[in-house]
Design a protein around this ligand. Structure first.
Ligand SMILES: Cc1cc2nc3c(=O)[nH]c(=O)nc-3n(C[C@H](O)[C@H](O)[C@H](O)COP(=O)(O)O)c2cc1C
Length: 220
C-alpha cells in the first residue's frame, strides 16, 4: 500500500473481531512508528500495550469511576469551547452521525453510552497508551502526535484498525496508578487496536474533511 492510499483510507475503527494481534505484529507497528520525526530527535514517546486481564481490569476501573460520578482529571485539559471554524466541523460530524445512526452525540445520555464504549476499548483485544515526562515542552506533545499518526498508519497498512481516544485518559491519576506509570508522566492518548469488524454499523461512517481551498492560502 502506498503512503497516500494509507493516509486517505485510514479511519477510526470502533468495532473489532475477537482475534488477538500477535505480539510480533504489535511490535512491528511500534517499531515503525518510532521512525517519526521529533524535535532534536528527542523521541519523547513511551508506549504501553495492554491485553487480557490487565486491559479488562483497567476497563472495569474506568467504568466504575464513571458510574460513581468521579470528576475526570485528564493530564491534558479538555476543551470547553471551540472557535467558530472548528466548531462548525464538530457540528457537521455530529449531524452526519445523527443522520447515519440516529445517535445524537450532543445528548448527555448518549455521551454516557459513548463514554462507556470507550472505557471498554470498543471491545478491541488490545489498548495502547502513549505517555511522556510531564516536564517536556509543547513540542514534545506535538512529536507524540506525529508518533500516534505513524502508529495508526502502520497498523492500517497491516490490515489492523485503530481509534485514538482522549476519553480513556479521563482518569489519568487512577489509570497511571493502576498501570504503574509514574505520576511525573503525562498520559497523552489511549488507542484501541485490533482486527476491524468491517461489517459492523459502527464502522460504516466515513468522516468528511473541509474543502482543500478552505485550508490553503497561496502567497507569491
Ligand atoms: C486526539 C484525538 C482524540 C480522540 N478521542 C476520541 C475518543 O475519545 N473517542 C472516540 O471514539 N474517538 C476519538 N477520536 C477520533 C476522532 O473522532 C476521529 O479521528 C475524527 O472524527 C475523524 O475521523 P476518522 O479518524 O475516522 O478520520 C479522537 C481523535 C483524536 C485525534
Amino acid at each position: 500500500m502506498d503512503a497516500i492510499t494509507c493516509i486517505k483510507e485510514r479511519m477510526s475503527i470502533r468495532a473489532f473481531t475477537d482475534k488477538p494481534v500477535p505480539r510480533e505484529l504489535l511490535t512491528e507497528i511500534i517499531d515503525t512508528a518510532k521512525w517519526s520525526p521529533s524535535y532534536k530527535n528527542s523521541q519523547p514517546w513511551e508506549v504501553l500495550v495492554l491485553s487480557g486481564e490487565k486491559k479488562e481490569g483497567l476497563s472495569n476501573l474506568l467504568l466504575n469511576l464513571f458510574e460513581q460520578g468521579e470528576e475526570p482529571t485528564p493530564d491534558l485539559t479538555s476543551p470547553t469551547s471551540w472557535p467558530a471554524r472548528e466548531q462548525a466541523q464538530i457540528d457537521n460530524l455530529f449531524a452526519m452521525r445523527k443522520e447515519a445512526t440516529g445517535i445524537d452525540l450532543a445528548d448527555p445520555k448518549i455521551i454516557a453510552v459513548a463514554k462507556k464504549a470507550n472505557f471498554k476499548f470498543y471491545k478491541a483485544p488490545h489498548a495502547i497508551y502513549l505517555f511522556q515526562e510531564d516536564s517536556l515542552s509543547s513540542w514534545s506533545l506535538f512529536d507524540l502526535g506525529l508518533f500516534s499518526q505513524s502508529l495508526m498508519l502502520a497498523a492500517h497498512a497491516r490490515g489492523l484498525g485503530t481509534v485514538p481516544q482522549a476519553f480513556v485518559t479521563d482518569y489519568a491519576l487512577q489509570t497511571k496508578e493502576f498501570l504503574n506509570i509514574p505520576r511525573s508522566k503525562r498520559l497523552v492518548l489511549g488507542l484501541s487496536i485490533g482486527w476491524p469488524d468491517l461489517e459492523s454499523p459502527a464502522n460504516q461512517l466515513r468522516t468528511e474533511r473541509m474543502a482543500t481551498e478552505e485550508i490553503i492560502t497561496w502567497q507569491e
